[in-house]
Design a binder for this molecule. Sequence first.
Ligand code: GCB
Length: 597
Amino acid sequence: MDETSENYVADIHNAGYESEYTKTMLDHRRLITIAGRESESLNGKWFFHADPYDTCRRAKWFKEIRHDGNGAEQPVDWDFDAWERISVPDTWNIRERELFYFEGSGIYVRDFCYVPKETGERPFLCFEGASYETSVFLNGIFAGTHDGGSTPFTVDIGDLVKANRQNRLLVVVDARRSRFRIPMDNTDWFNYGGLYRGVYLIRTPKDYIKDWFLRLVPDGTFSKIRLDCGVSGRGKILLEIPELGVRQEAAIAADGSCVFSPGPGKLILWSPDNPKLYDVSLSFHSEGGGTDRVTDRVGFREIRAKGQHILLNGKKIFLKGISVHEDHYLLGKTTNPEIVRATIRDLKEMNGNYLRLAHYPHDRCFARIADEEGVLLWEEIPVYWAVAFHHQNTYRDAENQLCELILRDRNRASVIIWSVGNENADTKDRLVFMSNLVQKARTLDETRLVSAACLVNTTKLKIEDPLSAFLDVTGVNEYYGWYERDFGKLSAILANSDPEKPVIITEFGGGARSGQRGTADDLFSEDCQKALYQKQVEMFKQYPFIAGLSPWILYDFRCPRRFNRYQEGYNRKGLIDADRKTKKAAFYVMQAFYRER
Ligand code: GCB
């Protein structure tokens, strides 16, 4: 309906209301990395209500207007402070029984008092992950919208926040699936919604460090360290790595970079055997006065692909891995350091050194803990299956998620591979879309391998995908012995392939309900899964171009497209039950295989 019509009522007639909330996008250009900064938690209890019709944004409830222009009280449809409170971080699906399958908008409200600590400081809100589209309102004013369910974003609240007073923070999180989003509406995992990762307040001086990237220069000499720094304002950067005797001041070059050498023989390289991390501090002294400082612990290592091999610090390495989802039977998509440490313990019990974090960026704490524990990581964005490759906005969304992930984790030595997607059909549009993502990853980070989990060419029975030409490593997902029962085809595929680049078998496997026994032919029995794993690994042993494995998957996970009697809403391909305790027989096949490697 036309806004000019005489009976127009915006709340009910404005079908295009959403466009108002995409005017300010909280994308990677506004992201300030919170790594190494002090943050104040805004986690805890928030008032919450499901908003299936998105009425908060349609009717602008966030303005909290209770009276009309004449002062008469209005019959409003919201009552924020009387609503039930739920925890942040958490997913509403797990916490509220009746919201288990709810995929609309949810409204979160809380107050916080902001007391400035320094004159001229700049406050920002940081969201570590909210699924999927998140609109932030402070004191009744729209501050911006973020797209993407697994990457962080920051909101500059300097102009909106009130000092020394309570501030009303209202957040609408819309978890609707859509064909045009990343991921699209069809995935093999559960669509959890809400503020499922932490929310924080950070403070910086007027001029501040926006992002920074410290790494070993990948030139095979293991001797040079390079720093790139994005700052607001002009000034000088002081980098300190006391253990290496580094205390180096650099004017921010036009490209924000400086390169230095800690001196021969000094540097201990990071590796799974010796996950050496150095205390690092970065101070930005701005010309206008004021210093911003971040501190972190950083490891230095080199990862490269050479011929069919992957080299870590110049030496050939076999990636003994497994894939893992974030899904947890009690917490949904919310995780914490204890869960991550337990996951790494399970990997190590399997004699593994590598995890594929599928199919979206996992919580920030994962890579941080992997840095400490000496675990190599594959990190991925959810360009999964049949996303709308032809659509510009979908590309923008994917690229933005990739940038946010890389900006978040590129100081983590554990992360060795960026993956730009999973099992996408080989079309022209997909090739353009994904090769552009590869290009983007390389411009942000020259120190990691870029890959994607691809499908095999089932017509030629060969490992062949035009995207490989753009990748450093080809990931291959195959389910011979499961979806495709004929193992002979896998043997033909491997025999027919002699790829120029290393291959990681990024997925293989089959389902088994823990405790279900039977013969090797009884689908969903542990025995069938075990036999399948035995056949697979026997075959892999013969092919040196296979540089690593990440079978599908460490733990059973929730999946609302799997409802047979063994699955009951779970994908049961885990080597460990969803309880994260009960190991299935195939776990020990991988354990033995990795012990031998
Ligand atoms: C795949 C997908 C993964 C699924 C898995 C399965 O190829 O990449 O997301 O969960 O297969 O279990 O079918």
